[in-house]
Every structure is written in C-alpha cells, then in structure tokens.
Design a protein around this ligand. Sequence first.
Ligand code: ARG
Length: 465
Amino acid sequence: MDLRAGRFDGQMTDDAAAFSSSIEFDKRIFEADINCNRAHTTMLIEEEIIPKESGEKILKTLDKLEKEGLSALNLDPSFEDIHMALEDYVTKEIGPEAGFMHTAKSRNDQVCTDIRLTLKNEIENTIINIKSFINTIVEMAKENTHTLFIAYTHLQHAQPTTFAHHLMAYANELRRDCERLIDTYKRVDMSPLGSAALTTTGFPINRDRTAELLGFSQVMDNSIDGVSSRDFAAEAIFDYAMLSTTLGKISDEIVIWSSYEFRMVECSNQYSSTSSIMPQKKNPDIAELSRGKSTIAYGELMTVLAMIKGIPHSYNRDLQEVTPHLWNAIDNTNDILGIVHGMLSTLTINKERTEELAGANFATATELADVIVREKELPFRTAHRIVGRIVSDAIEEGVTTNDIDNDYVNKVAKEVTGEPLDLGEELVNQALDPLKNVKSRTVKGGCAPGAVEESIQNMEKFLKE
Ligand code: ARG
C-alpha cells in the first residue's frame, strides 16, 4: 500500500523516511490503534456510511491482528507511522475494501485518540502503584508511632519527632501526587476522534458513539482543539515530574541517613553496592540513582512545553515529537516508584541511634521555652532569650542536655531577666525529655502517637476510595 502513489511520483530519501517515521515509539499505541479503528469502523457500519460486509471484514481482520500481535505488522520506517502499517496489514488481508476504514478519519485525530487511550491506562496503573506504596508506608508508620526520630530544618538538628510522623509526611506527599493524576485523568479522558484532519467531516458520523465504544467519558467540543492540543500530555508529564520529585526526596534522605555520621537507617544489601577498591564500603547506589534519575522527567516537561509553544493551530508534525517524551517521563518515573517502594520497605531503622539523636544537641529546647511561657506567663520572646542563653552557655561549658537542671535554668534566667524561674526539677526534666516532647504535640498533624494514628486513619480512608 503506497500512500504517496496519488500525489507523488517517487519515494522520500531513506534518511528522510527514517527521520520522519514514528514507527518505533508508535509500538506503544498498537493496541489503542486497533481499538480506535474498531470503534470507528463499528460506528461507520451502524451509521450506514460504509458497506456492512466490508466493515465486518475489516473488524474481523482487526481481531486477527490483535491475536497475532505487533510482530504481524510490517514496521518498515517507510510507512511513516503505525496507522499506515496497520492499514497495510488490513489491505494485504482483504484487498482494497480495507480503504473504507479511513472514511471520515485522519491520522491527526487517530493519533491523539490513541495517545489518550494509552495514557489513561498508564495513569490508572501509576495510581494503583502509588497507592500500594502509600499502603506500605502506612503499615510501617503503624509500627513506629513511638519510635523516636530527629527532624531537621536547614539539615540541622531541629526537634524530636517519631519515625511514623516522618513517614506520614511521605504518605501525604504521595497522596497529592496521586490526586494530581486523578485530576489530570479528567482532561485526558476526552475523545478527539471524529475531528478528522481538523474540521470534522461531511459524513454523518456519530462521535458520541465512538467515544462510548472507546470508554471516553466525553467528546472534545472543538475539532481544531481536538487535533492540536497536547496540553494533556504536558500536564501528565508535570504530574510524573512532581511524583519523581517526591521519590527523589525520599531517596535523598535515605542517602543522608545511612551515612556513618548519621547512622539512622541502613539500606538492605539488595539495594546497596560496594566499592571496587574500598572493601569496607556499603554504598546506597540505588537511592542515589533514584535521586539522579528523578530529574529526567523535568527535562521531558521542558522539551514538550517548548515543542507545543511555538506552533500554530491545528495539527503540526512537530506534535509527533511530543509522544516519545511523554512515554519516557512515565517509564522513568514508574521505574523509580517501584525501586523506592522496595528500598524503603526493606530499610532498617537504627532505633538506638535515632533515640539518642532525638534527645541530643538541645533538640528539645523549644519545649523548655514553651514550659516557661505556660508556667511563668512570660512572653515567648523572653523565654526564647533565656533558653537561647542556656544553650550557648551549655555549649561553651561543655554541658549536655541531660545536665541541664532547675539550678542551671535559674542561674541563666537571673542573668537574663534578674529573676530566677523556679520551674522545679520535674518540669525541667519533662520539658527536655524527647519522648514527652513528642507526646505533648497532640495537635492535628502533630507527632504525638495519637495525632499520627489519626493521620493514618485519614490515609486509610483515602486508600479505600
Ligand atoms: N505519526 C503522527 C504523529 O504521531 C501521526 C499523524 C500524522 N499526520 C500527518 N498528517 N502526517 O503525530
């Protein structure tokens, strides 16, 4: 079957044909292209636009092709794309009647219909996989609502929390990544089929019917928009890029926390490498690569935004170049998602160390200031100044958090305000105890075990939706 036979007297050069063919990445839309042709042909028969017998022969051949699979197609790049390869297959099977299948249809509406169908499946799968990862995180969090952990700001010791509280931060980020995809899905789930080349057709086609047959929940309202728009692809790539950011951040923390200086977690051997020269090494290569690869989707997003920016309506061949970048962003992010899921679920937490860090380096100082405010009705700024001075004196004198007692607080308070505070030993101890600190943060979203349990319940409700 030669598409050029009417208009031209010869072929493209080999390099021009290879340069312009999308066959390689069209393999991804093979099933969608069969379904698209099937729905369109069925509708053409129903609306009596093409002879019933020819239409049925086409449908049978499409079934045969589906059974035989992609390898039944001649994927020579001289075909330009999979739509031509598929038509060639049907033509070889049933002869010139195959030509009826292209009535009132263009590759312009066909390709974006195929991409949308395939993307819908991709998004559905990713949503399932994100939810499964969140579920793993929730199970880990349930086991760790009392596991002390240290939280950072500026990557400096900040306040004690629990491992569960930190894990639930991941779960909430992933939930938003999931919800973004659910929202994007609505804009992918629209049928451009029937737009034909750009202005629809004079044939009395039924666009609602093809949309229904293909499982789209609505028909695109404007045929020029139908064939020209790829905002749905850019939006999906953004969602995957954002998801890869979440995964990259988790990986980044695994790299830091597993270093000898932190020693808070240990990666399982299955997700670690060693050095070719330093025999003692255990390197978190998989976490590093997840962090590194998480940038790939950003590049794809910029590429696609630039491609769709400078072109007029309606279909331009530039749009063909969008598609492989969409698939690459998705494949890359899915790979990272699977790997980070496996890596996090096999991570060991060094509870002795995280407990030690939670109480060290004056991480509980905020609570001491809060106690002063509550018990002595002093303004927070005054309390902040007293505790700030306690810490700086303690560092200078080589005193640790554990050595700070009522006398120490009184001595410094007198220097700062002229008055002792007389909090008493119990209040001082309580304020500086990391576990009590954690348990006092019962506010919604806080790190107290009860608050984290509530957040776990919210997440479980979302997972069931
Ligand atoms: N391979 C093309 C794409 O991906 C299909 C549409 C080609 N249309 C055309 N008029 N050449 O966009």
